[in-house]
Design a protein around this ligand. Structure first.
Ligand code: FAD
Length: 516
């Protein structure tokens, strides 16, 4: 007999992993070995627009995990099953083949995943295997917070207030570290079934998801929890050297915290600066669960030397904690309103907004050739790094939906297919916010002026110069909106559209959804 932990794409870590910790405790109690298995599911990746970068990142992390688990005598079995429809029965056959008596997993809140796991539970019980699905991804699990009327929150600020007071009412529980799994007895290795398991290697790619820039991604986004912790340390304890762009320098000299100049301490002032490396860049690690959100929050308590979580908008660390709160919020929304993960606007009244069907414009946007430098820099940053600064995401998303008037779902899909940190809830939340169709949205009449946004997000122009080589020699205000003659000379495209006219069109169409 064995106890099994089913690891999935959102919980690629050993420490502070609730399902794994419970599986380990159960194996120890029952005196049976613990095994970990992971099933690659290419049809799911197609259906969910998973990027080759994300799949490659998953495989790189599985390789690291395989070695770390082996040190604990816990085998990691990685296999591939092509048909998503039959995945539940595949999982059960696998569990039967290793004589599993229990299976543990962390809950994934997306509709397809919930349906799949309900099937797995049913089949497991039919076959005498006890399933346990555990909340782990968020600080506060979906369903725990509600308005005075008992409804799910649809606006962030009141959600955040209750989120924070709930956590602080019982920090030991909400921030508790899942106990690390204990080493399995060495006899595991001599058992024939485990011999077979040990033979499974982590593949270097999944057919259809080969990552063309995998070598670069491995440098920019190194795999493993140790590297995620290094990113966290870098954010909390070191200064931004203002250089950033492209590859982050993890070897920044440690800053003296008493100087109060670390990225975390100055996050409030600097977080919207796309031209500086001022944010944590932890999103790929949080999205894949390589580090837990609990660990991030616990680290803020240590940094400030306090016992209660601070989410005060007046301080850098408090603002950052609020961003982790947004991650919880959007997943709560996804769990409470499954329509948002089915391509529908949260605000149904905007279901009929008339979108432009203009393949040339969409192509120009997704290749970073709109003629608006900040938008092009943002898209090209994503195309080269698999990641984009938050303010740049907002600007690029709003430009697609309000200026080009192209359906937000196309942009949402493109981001998922490019990003290494693609997360359905946060990506959908961000797109619906920008398109003014979501919960707690930007009201439709607030349309970003991309040129003014550019001056605020990239006052030095370094961001644009880094990612738009045609403009590398342009300095001063012209970088934000190069005059036509200069653009022509430098081989940089002219703007696709006049911002003011585009804005008027957007206002008309949002005011009367359905009208042209
Ligand atoms: P930091 O500023 O250091 O924030 C710390 C962490 O908080 C992030 O790593 C992330 O986990 C979380 N966070 C921060 N901002 C948000 C937010 N607005 N919503 C939800 N969580 C947040 N984030 C993703 O993780 N995956 C996505 O696919 C994604 N798509 C987005 C699409 C659009 C259109 C927009 C506007 C935002 C999107 N975001 C997404 C949110 C945000 O842009 C990124 O989380 C952030 O830029 C990551 O950089 P960082 O790790 O340095 O963030």
């Amino acid at each position: 007999d064995v106890v099994a932990y089913w690891m999935r794409m959102e919980d690629l870590r050993i420490c502070d992993n609730r399902a794994l910790a419970q599986a380990s405790a159960s194996a120890i109690k029952d005196h049976v070995p613990l095994i970990v298995f992971f099933v690659l599911s290419p049809e799911d990746y197609v259906a969910h627009d998973r990027s080759p970068r994300r799949i490659d990142f998953t495989l790189r992390n599985l390789s690291v995990l395989k070695d770390s688990l082996a040190k604990l005598n816990i085998p990691l079995h990685v296999s591939l099953h092509s048909q998503r429809r039959t995945l539940p029965s595949y999982v059960i056959s696998f569990l039967q083949s290793v004589n599993a008596i229990r299976v543990f997993a962390n809950i994934e809140y997306e509709v397809d995943e919930l349906r799949r796991d309900i099937n797995v539970c049913r089949l497991a019980k039919d076959n005498g295997i006890l399933p346990s699905f555990v909340h782990d991804k968020l600080i506060v699990e979906p369903g725990l917070l509600s308005t005075k009327q008992g409804k799910p929150y649809t606006v962030y600020s009141p959600f955040q207030r209750q989120w924070l007071s709930t956590i602080n009412s019982d920090t030991d529980n909400f921030l508790a570290e899942g106990a690390s799994p204990k080493a399995n007895p060495p006899s595991v290795k001599s058992c024939p079934v485990f011999q077979k398991l040990f033979a499974s290697e982590v593949p270097s790619y999944v057919e259809g998801f080969q990552c063309p820039d995998g070598d670069k991604m491995a440098v920019v986004w190194p795999a493993g929890t140790d590297n995620a912790r290094e990113m966290l340390r870098r954010f909390l304890h070191t200064k931004s050297r203002g250089t950033h762009l492209g590859i982050a320098d993890p070897l920044d000299e440690a800053a003296d915290i008493s100087e109060k100049q670390s990225r975390a301490i100055l996050y409030k002032e600097n977080r919207d600066r796309a031209d500086k490396d001022t944010t944590s860049r932890l999103s790929p690690y949080l999205a894949a669960g390589i580090i837990s959100a609990r660990e991030c929050i616990r680290a803020t308590l240590d940094l400030l030397g306090v016992k209660k979580v601070q989410a005060n908008r007046d301080s850098g660390v408090g603002m950052w904690v609020q961003e982790i709160g947004w991650r919880d919020f959007y997943t709560h929304v996804l769990a409470a309103f499954p329509r948002v993960s089915m391509g529908r606007p949260f605000q149904e009244k905007y279901a009929n907004v008339q979108w432009e069907s203009n393949p040339e414009h969409f192509e120009a946007w997704r290749s970073g050739r709109t003629g608006v430098p900040i938008v092009d820099a943002a898209i090209r940053q994503a195309n080269t790094m698999g990641w984009m600064h938050n303010r740049a995401r907002m600007i690029a998303a709003m430009y697609l939906t309000k200026d080009l008037m192209i359906d937000w779902r196309l942009g949402e899909r493109h981001f998922m297919q490019q990003f290494i940190d693609g997360d359905l809830a946060s990506n959908n939340g961000g797109w619906q916010w920008s398109a003014s169709t979501g919960t707690d949205p930007q009201p439709y009449f607030r349309v970003f002026n991309p040129y003014l946004q550019s001056e605020k997000a990239d006052p030095s122009g370094d961001y644009i110069r880094s990612f738009v080589p045609e403009l590398r020699k342009v300095f001063g205000p012209e970088i934000h909106n190069p005059p036509a003659k200069l653009a022509d000379k430098l081989g940089y495209p002219r703007p696709l559209i006049d911002h003011k006219e585009a804005r008027d069109r957007a206002l008309r169409r949002y005011k009367n959804p359905g009208s042209k």
